[in-house]
Ligand binder design. Structure first.
Ligand code: NAD
Length: 249
């Protein structure tokens, strides 16, 4: 129960990886705000945390709107007294179109950037004043191994997340707020499968050091580590958790 008395916001916690993060953080004693555009998914995560004896609240948020992310921060402070942790996990990933950069619909391209990259910054801008007021905090951004590859606009948004992580670490460090990121490899969720047929996933797994897709729970330990004092002197880092997907031999 290392997070007793702490308050965490997990965006996209109605999805499978976000739910695993939210449940893991709640199991360590923090009050968790499950923030998602998808109310049904978010409420399911809240129910599962409460059933396990934890504290969770649902707040509907659209990270594409600064008004909405500010309302999320306000609701969290009103309900839980402040904010210590932010996990920026929400992204436009499910049913994502895969089109070449040189031909893609530019409005769609901008929309993916607006949610996946600018959405994370909107959440940080809304949440950091409460963290600063409480004497510090920890932020974990969700990147992807796609950020290290030629992976179209999705990969570019995650490369942006890596840069955002370093920049915000620099800006927020003097306020006692650390910012790190996790770059997961292919993790078995409905969203992953929506964009990758089984043959592609099988071929991918065949090249990985650990020959299976990740499970959302495989990412939780790293998230808890980056939020906790065990990583108190780490900031601006991107930790790859990928079953050896990006290992070069
Ligand atoms: N599954 C993988 O293989 C994999 C690998 C690397 C990184 N990731 C990243 O992990 C995160 C979670 O992935 P997942 O597989 O659980 O996908 P998912 O689609 O199940 O989860 C994303 C969640 O974000 C929410 N969301 C989308 N747009 C939003 C918005 N505008 N405002 C608020 N919430 C919004 C969705 O409703 C959903 O619940 C994403 O950032 C994804 O890019 C996934």
């Amino acid at each position: 129960m290392q997070f007793e008395g702490k308050v965490a916001i997990v965006t996209g916690a109605g999805g499978e990886i976000g739910a695993a993060y939210a449940e893991g953080i709640a199991a360590e004693g923090a009050a968790v705000v499950v923030a998602d555009l998808d109310e049904a998914g978010g409420r399911k995560t809240v129910d599962s945390i409460r059933a396990a004896g934890g504290e969770a609240h649902f707040v509907r948020v659209d990270i594409g709107s600064s008004e909405s992310t500010e309302a999320l921060a306000r609701a969290t402070v009103e309900t839980c007294g402040g904010i210590d942790f932010l996990v920026n996990n929400a992204a436009f990933f499910n049913d994502l179109r895969h089109e070449p950069l040189i031909e893609c619909d530019f409005d769609y391209y901008l929309k993916v950037f607006d949610i996946n990259l600018h959405g994370a910054l909107r959440c940080v801008r809304a949440c950091y004043p409460s963290m600063r007021e409480r004497g510090g905090g920890s932020i974990v951004n969700q990147s992807s191994t796609a950020s290290w590859m030629a992976a179209g606009y999705y990969g570019l948004t995650k490369l942006g997340i890596n840069g955002l992580t370093r920049d915000l670490a620099h800006e927020l460090g003097p306020m006692g707020i650390r910012v790190n990121a996790i770059a997961p490899g292919p993790t078995d969720t409905r969203a992953l499968r929506s964009g990758a047929p089984d043959e592609i996933l099988d071929a991918l797994v065949g090249q990985m050091a650990i020959r299976h897709l990740g499970h959302p729970r495989d990412l939780v330990g790293t998230c808890l580590f980056l939020l906790s004092d065990a990583s108190a002197w780490m900031s601006g880092q991107i930790l790859t958790v990928d079953g050896g997907q990006t290992l070069r031999v």
